[in-house]
Design a protein around this ligand. Structure first.
Ligand SMILES: CC(=O)[C@@H](O)[C@H](O)COP(=O)(O)O
Ligand SMILES: NCC(=O)COP(=O)(O)O
Length: 281
């Protein structure tokens, strides 16, 4: 059972994606940030990508100005910190330097990735990541590293100076969806999922493995002094089970939350348009 509360940081990438499909500023990222905050969001996350398909540097600057006026609201900018010919996001560190968000989450995305799909391999990349962590921390920015639930990698995250890790929850979310589709989630309670031995063919086996891996990773991270965030493909269905893991400080959620806003609000919007289209008798 969940006993501590977890901050919700709303990722606004998909609002920017919609805006960028036309000229102009509609929908406005800033107005949606204000709306999310008015409805209880604890923070705002954005993830500028090399192709600028959604969040652009200008969004980061405008959000930084807005959120500086709201000291209780956390601003988290995610992205690939490497620059240069290998083609990752040019200017991520510059964006952080010029916006000074509360938190920078470094993510090892390739240039043409559809979305984030793995954590850092710090055995390979630690030597390049460590000085960036140091630079960002010297600016007073908390540094989180996007990581798989791998204990050795998490140990290295601590060694190179990270303050937090963000556990990559994509495979957990996929395992949850598979178990849900198979109708396997009807009965087990959260306690069952942690403790029961399932048949090897049960779709619950993969979900259980994911859950336990994340639980161990979060516990280990806490033991060595790292804060734990989590994100990617979390949604209203899979979040309660995930948050049975103790001490997850923050979840950042964008894709599903945006889709939920559409499905929860579209019926109401259609009714409003229909009212205008229908002459009153
Ligand atoms: C690091 C992470 O998991 C999120 O930032 C996620 O990648 C969202 O990015 P997109 O909206 O570009 O898919
Ligand atoms: N860090 C994860 C994030 O910001 C949002 O991921 P998603 O909910 O859009 O998959």
């Amino acid at each position: 059972m969940k006993t501590t509360s977890t901050a919700l940081s709303v990722n606004l990438n998909k609002i920017a994606l919609l805006r960028n499909s036309r000229e102009g500023n509609y929908p406005s990222v800033i107005e949606h940030a204000k709306r999310c905050i008015a409805h209880g969001a604890d923070g705002i996350t954005v993830h500028p990508r090399p192709d600028q398909r959604h969040i652009r540097p200008g969004d980061c600057h405008k959000l930084a100005s807005l959120l500086k006026t709201m000291p209780d609201i956390e601003f988290n900018i995610e992205g690939n910190p490497f620059e240069g010919p290998e083609g990752n996001y040019p200017g991520f560190i510059e964006i952080i330097k010029s916006t000074l968000p509360d938190q920078a989450t470094l993510v090892p995305d390739g240039k043409n990735q559809l979305t984030s799909d793995h954590g850092f391999d710090l055995i390979q990349e630690g030597i390049r990541v460590a000085p960036l962590v140091k630079t960002l921390k010297s600016l007073g920015v908390r540094v989180s590293l996007f990581m798989d639930p791998d204990l050795e990698q998490i140990r290295l995250a601590k060694e190179i100076g990270a303050d937090r890790i963000e556990l990559y929850t994509g495979p957990y979310a996929a395992a949850y969806a598979q178990a849900q589709e198979a109708g396997a989630l009807a009965h087990p309670s959260i306690e069952d999922l942690f403790s029961t031995s399932f048949e090897s063919t049960s779709p619950l086996v993969t979900l259980q493995r994911q859950l336990i891996a994340h639980q161990k990773a979060a516990q280990y991270a806490n033991e060595i002094g790292l804060g734990v965030n989590a994100g990617h493909d979390l949604n209203l269905d899979n979040l309660p089970l995930y948050l049975s893991i103790q001490n997850v400080l923050e979840v950042s959620i964008g894709h599903a939350l945006t889709v939920d806003s559409l499905s929860m609000g579209m019926g109401h919007a259609v009714e409003q348009y229909k009212t205008i289209c229908t002459p009153s008798s």
